[in-house]
Design a protein around this ligand. Sequence first.
Ligand SMILES: Nc1ncnc2c1ncn2[C@@H]1O[C@H](COP(=O)(O)OP(=O)(O)O)[C@@H](O)[C@H]1O
Ligand SMILES: [Mg+2]
Length: 414
Amino acid sequence: MRLKRERAIYGFQALFAAIVLLSGALLGTVFLYFQRQALADGMDRTAQEVAGTLGTLMADDILLEDRYRIADQLGRTQEKNPDILYIIVTYPDGRPLASTFPSGFPAGLPLVRSSKEAGTLHYDSSKGPLREVLYPIDEGMTGYLRIGISEERARTTLRYRAMAFLLALLVVTVLSSLLAVRYRRLLVELAKKERGRLHLLRRLFSAREDERQRISRELHDETSQSMVSILTYIGLLGTRLKEEGERQLLGEIRSLVATSLAQLRSLAVSLHPPMLDELGLVAVLEKHIETLRRGETDPAITLRAEGALAGFSRMTELVCYRTVQEALANAIRHGKARHIDVSILGRPEGIEVRIADDGVGFTEAGVRRARREGHIGLVSMQERAELLSGTFAMRKSAAGGTEILVTLPRQQEE
Ligand SMILES: Nc1ncnc2c1ncn2[C@@H]1O[C@H](COP(=O)(O)OP(=O)(O)O)[C@@H](O)[C@H]1O
Ligand SMILES: [Mg+2]
């Protein structure tokens, strides 16, 4: 049990860490992509600026093909910008006029670059990966400048940033999965406590029902049997009394005892449905409805039972019975209903109990007020349902009155 819980906790931790890592990696990829774009844009901008200045400075020298002055200018520019690998000055047709390469072009770099390929090109030259910007002087009429920048430094920067990001991601993952374990442990503890609470409540509920059953049986078997005997003795006494006045008095005692006996029996029945175990839910409900019909209000009550109703636990049947009992009493007392429909529906997954009336209906405020004043009919209905992992709902019925719907699963969680 403990081992299983530990495994569940670590499984959860692994899942959590995986989610954090994955989303971090995704975020990192997007972040690094934009970083790379920004670095490349920065390099191109530098090259363009350098080319702009150089183009203005050297336009005349290029027209005059003054290679000495051009070389001097190129050398100085390169000194000031360590990122610039080379500068090539070309004729308008692309042929090189001068360059910063003292002895020929490095391998991988084309001798002539067409002016049609404007913008930035990438080369993998013998001097490493580089990007080359093409800049037209006087819109290409004087010539072009090709400026090569090494990508090495940008790549190194990017690598450092990626590493810093990975490190941060790792720290975040470890910290958050530690937190997750703590959180998960709390949740598991809480669930355990909740299970304990439910277990206790169930025991309480069933102890109360047992007690009710015991009192009910006592009332039925002992007390009412004694009263029946009293009635028999009264009958016997009646035959011996001669005087009219005494017989009348005895008659009154007899009817008093008979009324008390009837009240006692109905109390015994309401305390515990006597034949739930023997007859089953539907028959007992029918009997209960029968006694209500004999009451003074006499609403029309229909009972519909459908589906598979066998095999439910005693507790489930008891909760169904108590629900119907309370809902019917409410419909008559508060709703002043003329018609009440009770339906019990057995499904493979559970049982559904619905009590719908055509009475005056309820208001949220009324229900809240009753609860504040300590009325617990609806509250216990809900509690009992939840005790058995079921659901409780109260809403307006199709006939404009009140509808109570309780569902209970066939299998209860332990
Ligand atoms: N079928 C119903 N029709 C109208 N009102 C109802 C109905 N059922 C419950 N109520 C309202 O909900 C309140 C709470 O009901 P309940 O918890 O059973 O307590 P009690 O029956 O002791 O008043 C009632 O006072 C009533 O206002
Ligand atoms: Mg009530």
